[in-house]
Design a binder for this molecule. Structure first.
Ligand SMILES: [Mg+2]
Length: 396
């Protein structure tokens, strides 16, 4: 069996409402879909994170990675990962994002030719469902009354864990957590993602201020240079305030090794479509298992979420934690782009039975979701000015 071609489709959809987090406002969601074709008619599918530069990620895949894999045996997955990494290591995390889509597609091919679902090929964690927390592009920075309404809507649907968005000022963040805690009661896990918005002293203060509300985790509370902040994260975790989560922007097993060796955080958040693919994600989860660090993968709605679902179900049970999930409707990347969308039951995500990722892509829907030019998020660097204006004004 030989790889004959690699192709890429960029897709986008316009969010039904403007969504705001600590990095700015977002009006669309992008996904970089990767297809690995073979001479036996089997095509593997995968996703690379857009990296706020979807066209650049596409170019990396087609210009720099495709020549390294065409002609190779698609089942030599580890060897192909090493070849891609060795050649593109000087391109940094962008190349790792690009590799993620190809690596995932290779695992999908292995599943298809062996007629096994990916989570079983990865070792099978003995479960066919994974608990979800409501995250992704939900529960954003918004009017606290609306936030509470949204939180209650999700818990009424059976979800047991929510992730709010912070970074809108310490007082507002504390008020948001307090209001949601009072509305949903003590039986729901509430986390808050600051999206690297605060300075170091602000990060310490927000963790201290949130201690009384039994916060499940505080995610990425400081510094936007989050791919290189492992030592500072460990320093924060050692203060033993709230539990700390990070890792959605840490790349490869080596990046996570640094985080864990430095003392780590309470929850790591590798994302298959960002950390280099299924291959390093599994290595990361096993490192975490040996150190009793919980694994709660980062993900966004779409095919990448399916890859992360298989990953979550296959990792050691002692560290298997919540997987991120976006229940918002309409969401064509979650609902119609996948021929076999993820099913939810009482706040758990159910694994599909089919081979590989267990879904294909509806190419008519892929064609409809034509790429929307422009940045997926209106980011404002450290951007403290953003919240000097009312949220409604900032979101225009
Ligand atoms: Mg995050």
């Amino acid at each position: 069996m030989k790889i004959t071609d690699v192709s890429v489709h960029l897709v986008s959809y316009k969010l039904p409402v403007v969504w705001t987090n600590g990095m700015g406002t977002t009006t669309k969601k992008d996904e970089v879909l990767v297809f690995v074709h073979t001479d036996e008619g089997v095509t593997g599918i995968g996703v690379s994170y857009h990296g706020y530069a979807a066209k650049t990620i596409k170019a990396l895949i087609l210009n720099d990675l495709k020549p390294l894999v065409v002609g190779a045996d698609p089942l030599e997955i580890q060897a192909l990962w090493e070849r891609m990494f060795a050649v593109t290591v000087h391109l940094g995390s962008a190349a790792v994002l690009a590799m993620s889509g190809i690596d995932t597609a290779l695992w999908d091919i292995l599943g298809k030719v062996s007629n096994q679902p990916l989570y079983k090929l990865l070792g099978g964690g003995g479960t066919a469902k994974v608990p979800a927390y409501v995250g992704c592009m939900t529960l954003g920075v918004q009017d606290i009354g609306l936030l509470v309404d949204e939180a209650v809507k999700w818990t009424d649907q059976g979800f047991r864990s929510l992730k709010l968005r912070g970074g809108a000022g310490l007082e507002r963040d504390v008020a948001a957590v307090k209001a949601v805690r009072e509305a949903v009661g003590s039986g729901v896990d509430i986390s808050i993602d600051i999206n690297a918005r605060y300075s170091w002293p602000e990060a310490v203060r927000i963790c201290r201020r949130l201690e009384p509300y039994d916060v499940y985790w505080v995610e990425d509370p400081f510094d936007y240079t989050i791919a290189w902040h492992q030592a500072d994260l460990a320093k924060l975790a050692k203060l033993d305030l709230t539990p700390i989560a990070s890792g959605g922007n840490i790349f490869t097993a080596m990046g996570f090794r640094n985080l864990l060796e430095l003392g780590g955080v309470h929850y790591i958040q590798p994302d298959v479509v960002k950390c280099g693919g299924i291959t390093p994600a599994i290595q990361i989860a096993h490192m975490a298992s040996a150190q009793n660090i919980q694994v709660a993968p980062h993900t966004l709605a779409g095919l990448g979420q399916m890859a992360n679902l298989h990953f979550s179900a296959a990792i050691p049970a002692n560290v298997r934690n919540y997987l991120e999930w976006e229940p918002t409707t309409p969401n064509p990347m979650r609902e119609t782009m996948l021929t076999n969308p993820i099913k939810v039951e009482n706040g758990d995500l159910l694994l599909p039975d089919g081979p590989g990722l267990g879904t294909d892509l509806d190419m008519d829907v892929v064609a409809e979701l034509s790429f929307i030019e422009g940045l997926p998020s209106r980011s404002s660097a450290r951007g403290r000015q953003l919240y000097a204006a009312p949220i409604s004004a900032a979101a225009q």
